[in-house]
Ligand binder design. Sequence first.
Ligand code: ZN
Length: 198
Amino acid sequence: MDIYSGYISRLIAELAVLPGIGSKSAQRLAFHIINMPKEQVTKLAEAMTQARENIRYCGVCCTLTDRDVCPVCSNPARNKKQIMVVENPRDMTAYEKTGKYEGVYHVLHGAINPSLGIGPSQIRLKELIQRLQEDVDEVIIATNSSIEGETTAMYISKLIKPTGIKVTRIASGVPVGGELEYIDEVTLSRALDARVEL
Ligand code: ZN
């Protein structure tokens, strides 16, 4: 029996689909939303719809953006010969916040994870290899220091090495299993400065 009205049950079911939201949290959020002022609920719903409709992948680095080419890739001051490979747009944001990096990025949208069936073709690796046809001096691998991140780093390094392009890995001042986005800016800058050639 549906103890709530159909509308509430539907809202709870939609919220429960989100990562990290169990059925209890979904119920809590649903009742919170129902008690919010109507205008605020409209704003929230609009923000979600508009973000989903207008955000796409940058045609160069694959990050999420509302333009064909993201602001970093279209900035003439950025060094296009230096490409930093990260797992997701949040990692890119973390490096941008340091203000120390002048190159460009490549966002993989994941890492190789055989146990989850995620192979090289499931991440944006083909796009990276295509970019290397252009004049590139260095590929800095800044995937996380988790097993998946390291596996991905090794895979990319083996793939690029034969081309003669310099491949480096950010230093492991970064705690093992630590996700880049949670690490402070100073540590990130240091990890970048102390990168080692693979
Ligand atoms: Zn871009």
